[in-house]
Design a protein around this ligand. Sequence first.
Ligand SMILES: Cc1ncc(COP(=O)(O)O)c(C=O)c1O
Length: 374
Amino acid sequence: MRLTQPIIKPANPNFSSGPCAKRPGYDINQLDLSTLGRSHRSNVGKEALQKVITDTADILKLPAGYRVGIVPASDTGAMEMMMWSLLGPRPVDVCYWESFGQGWFADITKQLKLENVNEIKADYGQLPDLSKVNPANDCIFTWNGTTSGVKVENGDFISENRAGLTICDATSAVFAMPMPWEKLDVTTFSWQKVLGGEGAHGIIILSPRAVERLESHTPSWPMPKIFRLTAGGKLLEGIFKGATINTPSMLCIADYQDALNWVKSIGGVQASIQKSQSNLAVLEKFVTKNNWINFLAEKQNTRSNTSVCLSVDLNNEQLKAFIKLLTDNQVAFDIGAYKDAPSGLRIWCGSTVEQSDLEALMPWLNWAYKSVTE
Ligand SMILES: Cc1ncc(COP(=O)(O)O)c(C=O)c1O
């Protein structure tokens, strides 16, 4: 018997894993646009840049001595600039379990052509054996695998006394998961994920040890201008005070400031983490009750609370029809699995998504399932 079509729809049907839903209450007219049309190097421009940097460090409670910089080309730009700048002096352990981490491995082996590389990998749904990480080596990993919905549980696999650097792509984790900053020498993220900001710029967070490496190591390969963080063996400190390498979008900066203000207004990073965890709980309850849908992450403790990936008991045609039904009814946009991941669903549960919207979506999932299978 067909289920009756639910009546209540999510107030916001945006469940994409990036760009993600704008924060609740977002109104573009509320952005402070006083910097638009001004030079980013003017006093007002630099102040706006410096303020998002300071607020980022404060809200995330970064340890003293950590630096925050705004760099070009979103999270990919941030990760590539850091790999190009830092790698070479030590062997590298590359841990990956989905397509983005695999991309960093390809960068290291095929573009940088490093030879001492240990590939520590796992299939979609699993985490690799992180005990293989050698504290003498540099280590690259993705905190939350956005395309498999598998995250590291914590930073326990990273040694406090490591000699190598940890370089962490945390783009779908920062602001939604607790980060052990003392264990992370380089962290990157972009604004369009957990904060629902605009794409374009990346953030780099550097520990003092990362800065030491930057100042003591000269890469053997050419460095494009947009990757250069040092001049004459000294860190370009201005970058970490808002003197960006090249021109940023002041509109994106205003939008990022709005997102940071929102995080502060709800109670800080702890509150934004909690929001995302409560969102995941809605899906957990649904999955427990319905045997046609399951988490791609095999273990509960590695299940992502942002990019929630789900396998479903549907063939490709049925899955397409299922997604189309939800789109056509304007209840869920962009929830298909990533193109390189196993087929299924990916429903963003980051902090800008409202729990009530996920609750409203759940009956629609059952309705769409019944509609395409009966
Ligand atoms: C884990 C991870 N790394 C890197 C990227 C690429 O990010 P960007 O488009 O900001 O460069 C993404 C995008 O979804 C991601 O999820």
